[in-house]
Design a protein around this ligand. Structure first.
Ligand SMILES: Cc1cc2nc3c(=O)[nH]c(=O)nc-3n(C[C@H](O)[C@H](O)[C@H](O)COP(=O)(O)OP(=O)(O)OC[C@H]3O[C@@H](n4cnc5c(N)ncnc54)[C@H](O)[C@@H]3O)c2cc1C
Length: 444
């Protein structure tokens, strides 16, 4: 059987692994830490705004397994918070084992604590990757027919020190497990660096987690019961609108997030506003004893992401390499778990196609998933486009999605669109092997 090797076990890598496996490949997935999901270990928001449409498209296309895992592990479903409708919040404490089981059940060979450190390749192809196994002298060498780079764009620590405010002991845990590494970059591809809204490089804020037990009882009760707690901030303590521009996720740069503390229950209390210094936060009702859980630098915590994206086409093949695909943040400025699962699925499926000698496919642009992949590629050709972030859930891409009539929550309509695009169950069906069934191969 042909083999696909995937580097990076975040949402994109997990999705790529499942898609390649379902397409019929042997799959080896390498993750440098002791857990899958990367930045997905600190997120949780799914199905908000246009992400609902993208999720249902993927389910209709047969690539919905990980979305179903998220739905099944949601603490709250169909909730609203400022600017966002019909969101689900998965439980960040329970999601990783559930995803790991899904991959193992599908037959994915997972290597944890195995950090890829080198490649062997020639003539625009990678043949082998080499991993150090944490705290041992063991080295794993994995040959493959096709590869997927889903190593993310956060860090390495040198960037956190150079552009940010130091290593924040974020979920990446580089001091323990070593820095991110891109196989495509090692093979000679020049990575693309994203910029902040003002065109400079540097730290962007993600969300932070607060210990729920450090919040007032009424706040905790509201979070547990409804999933959302919006606390008005006294005007003299309010953050400026400009500070919201520091958010990596621009869909939350709305005035409601400056005027209020917006907390979401993802198992922890997810604080949606950027950079809340602890002394300021503790002046806000309900938060007088607040304590940051993750990242440990809390109110000065940063998120050094988009430091290593890859040039790619709309099939997610990395430009300049014949057998390497990319997904998630590696594939460009698409932010989010949903976005990583969509691009990871396409990259994994196309890697499996490449391994058996089939041409890669693109998701048709009549679907939001295909349109977003093409949209971001186009925008990333311009200087201004590189200063923005794109997501199904808000900001510029959600606006574009609505203008093109791609946003809908009507599942029947989504299924019809997927059918009209000839994509129903596409990612669920194993590929025909060219040497076994030439006719079937031609058909697909
Ligand atoms: C604080 C925070 C909160 C967020 N909240 C949300 C949210 O609520 N909802 C949402 O949709 N999005 C959220 N996001 C964004 C979302 O998490 C990311 O856009 C998405 O999950 C990225 O997935 P990825 O797989 O591309 O990359 P990553 O999650 O970065 O995964 C990359 C993986 O590759 C591994 N890796 C790197 N180098 C190597 C190597 N050499 N060998 C082996 N493995 C390697 C890393 O350890 C990591 O696990 C949040 C992001 C942050 C930082």
């Amino acid at each position: 059987m042909k083999k696909v090797v995937i580097v990076g076990g975040g949402w994109a890598g997990c999705a790529a692994a499942l898609a390649a496996r379902k397409a019929g490949s042997d799959v080896e997935l390498f993750e440098r830490t002791d857990m899958l999901l990367g930045t997905g270990l600190v997120g949780g928001i799914m199905r908000n705004n246009g992400r609902f449409t993208a999720t249902e498209e993927m389910i209709a296309m047969g690539g919905g397994d990980l979305f179903k895992v998220c739905d099944n592990n949601s603490r709250h479903k169909n909730i609203e918070f400022p600017g966002h409708k019909h969101a689900n919040l998965y439980d960040v404490s329970r999601i990783e084992p559930a995803v790991r089981k899904t991959l193992l059940d599908a037959g994915v060979n997972i290597h944890l604590k195995s950090r890829i450190k080198d490649i062997v390749g020639q003539n625009g192809k990678i043949m082998k990757v080499i991993a150090d196994v944490y705290h041992s002298n063991e080295v794993i060498e994995a040959t493959g027919d096709a590869f997927v780079d889903t190593a993310g764009t956060a860090g390495p620590q040198v960037n956190c020190m150079k552009y940010g405010n130091g290593c924040a002991m974020c979920i990446y845990r580089c001091p323990t497990f070593g820095p991110r590494f891109s196989i495509a970059a090692k093979a000679g591809v020049k990575e693309i660096i994203g910029q902040k809204a003002d065109g400079t490089f540097g730290a962007m804020s993600g969300s932070c987690k607060l210990h729920k037990d450090s919040l007032a009882p009424d706040v905790r009760e509201k979070l547990d019961r409804t999933g959302v707690c919006v606390i008005p901030v006294p005007s003299h303590l309010q953050k400026s609108m400009a500070s919201l521009g520091q958010k990596a996720c621009q869909q939350y740069a709305l005035k409601e997030f400056a005027e209020n503390i917006v907390l979401l229950d993802t198992g922890h209390a997810k604080l949606m506003s950027a950079y809340y210094p602890l002394d300021l936060l503790r002046q806000i009702p309900g938060c007088t004893n607040a304590r940051f859980e993750d990242p440990y630098s809390g109110g000065i915590g940063n998120s050094m992401r988009y430091f290593g994206m890859l040039p790619r086409d709309n099939s997610l093949k990395v430009e300049g390499l014949q057998n390497v695909f990319c997904g998630g943040e590696k594939a460009g400025l698409l932010v989010g778990h949903t976005e990583a699962i969509v691009t990871g699925t396409l990259a994994g499926h196309n890697a499996a196609r490449c391994a058996v000698g089939l041409s890669p496919i693109e998701i048709p642009q009549s679907l939001a998933c295909g349109d977003a992949i093409a949209h971001v590629r186009e925008k990333m050709q311009t200087k201004e486009g590189l200063t923005k972030k794109y997501t199904f859930s808000g900001s510029v891409y959600f606006e574009s999605m609505k203008e093109k009539n791609l946003y809908t929550t009507d599942i029947q309509q989504i299924n019809t669109r997927v059918q009209q695009a000839n994509m129903t169950d596409f990612f669920a069906i194993p590929l025909a092997q060219p040497h076994l069934d030439a006719a079937a191969t031609k058909k697909r």
